[in-house]
Design a protein around this ligand. Structure first.
Ligand code: SAM
Length: 261
C-alpha cells in the first residue's frame, strides 16, 4: 500500500511519537489510538485517522483496508512501518500492529440535551488516566450521555487513558467545564444531581435517582470538596464492610452509574 518506513527520523514517525506529550496533544489537537479494533471503532464512528501507521502483521487484515480507505478519503497519511518502529511509537515491547492519529473532540455544556440519556457522569479534578479511561468505557457500556470533566483534570486523550477506554473514546461525548461553569449550568438540570462522599450518611441504594441523573464523583486524593458536594441534591455513600477506607474512583463510578440507570 506504500513503502515501508524503517527510520525513527521519519517526520511522521517523530510526530506520532511526540503525541505522548500532553503539550504536543494540546497544541495539535490530535491523539493516538492503538490497535486495529480501536482504530476501526474510530472509523466506524465517523472519525477518519489523520495518520494511519501499520506494521507487517496487519498489512493483509481486511479491516485495515477500510481504515486505509477512510484515511485516504480525507487526505490522511498512510504509512507502513517496521515492528521496531511500532515498539518505539507505542513505548511497548509488544506493540499493537496498527496506530491511528485522530482529532480530539470536546463538546460544550450548552450542547448537552439532558433528556437524551438516563445518566450523566461528572468528574471533579480526576487525576489518573487509567481511572478516566475506565470510566469512559463504563459510561459507554451503560449508555451514559457524556462524561463531564470539571476543573483541572488529567487528559482523556493521553495514550494511557485512550488505552483504558478500549475504543469507547470515540463513542462517549466528553465535555470540559470550570467549577464555576458547572455550578451555573447545574442549576437548570432537570433530574437529580447525586454526589458521592465518604462522609455521607445516605446509602447509595436508597437515594432517589430522578432521571436524568447526574452523578458527581470526587478526586482520587481529596474527594469532593464541600463547595462541589453542596451543588448536589443528595450526597451518598457506597457502604464498605472491610478495612478499605474508600473504593477506587472508577469502581465507585461504575457502581453509581448502574445504581442510577
Ligand atoms: N480520600 C478521599 C476522600 O476522602 O474522599 C478518597 C477519594 S476516593 C479514592 C475517590 C472518589 O471515589 C470519591 O471522591 C468518591 O467520589 C468515590 N468513592 C470512593 N469510595 C466511595 C464510597 N464508598 N462511597 C461513595 N463514593 C466513593
Amino acid at each position: 500500500m506504500s513503502g515501508r518506513i524503517t527510520s525513527l527520523a521519519n517526520p511522521t514517525v517523530k510526530a506520532v511519537r511526540a503525541l505522548h506529550l500532553r503539550k504536543e496533544r494540546d497544541e495539535t489537537g490530535l491523539f493516538v489510538a492503538e490497535g486495529l479494533k480501536n482504530v476501526t471503532e474510530g472509523v466506524e464512528q465517523g472519525h477518519a485517522p489523520h495518520i494511519l501507521m501499520y506494521g507487517p502483521e496487519a498489512a493483509s487484515h481486511p479491516l485495515l483496508k477500510k481504515a486505509v480507505e477512510a484515511t485516504r478519503a480525507t487526505r490522511g497519511e498512510v504509512i507502513e512501518v517496521t515492528e521496531a518502529i511500532l515498539a518505539k511509537v507505542s513505548r511497548r515491547d509488544n506493540p499493537q500492529a496498527v496506530v491511528g492519529v485522530f482529532r480530539q473532540t470536546y463538546r460544550g455544556l450548552d450542547q448537552i440535551d439532558p433528556r437524551t440519556a438516563p445518566c450523566w457522569v461528572a468528574l471533579h479534578r480526576v487525576r489518573d488516566p487509567g481511572n478516566l479511561g475506565t470510566i469512559v468505557r463504563t459510561a459507554d457500556a451503560a449508555g451514559c450521555g457524556a462524561v463531564i470533566l470539571v476543573g483541572e483534570c488529567c487528559d482523556p486523550f493521553s495514550v494511557e487513558a485512550v488505552r483504558a477506554t478500549m475504543g469507547s473514546i470515540f463513542a462517549v461525548p466528553l465535555v470540559r467545564a470550570s467549577e464555576a461553569e458547572f455550578a451555573g449550568w447545574r442549576a437548570n438540570w432537570p433530574g437529580s444531581v447525586v454526589g458521592t462522599l465518604l462522609s455521607a450518611s445516605v446509602d447509595h441504594r436508597s437515594a432517589a435517582y430522578q432521571k436524568p441523573a447526574l452523578i458527581l464523583m470526587g478526586n482520587e486524593q481529596q474527594g469532593l470538596p464541600p463547595e462541589m458536594a453542596g451543588l448536589c441534591d443528595v450526597n451518598v455513600k457506597i457502604p464498605m464492610r472491610g478495612r478499605a477506607d474508600s473504593l477506587n474512583l472508577a469502581v465507585a463510578t461504575g457502581i453509581m452509574i448502574y445504581a442510577a440507570t
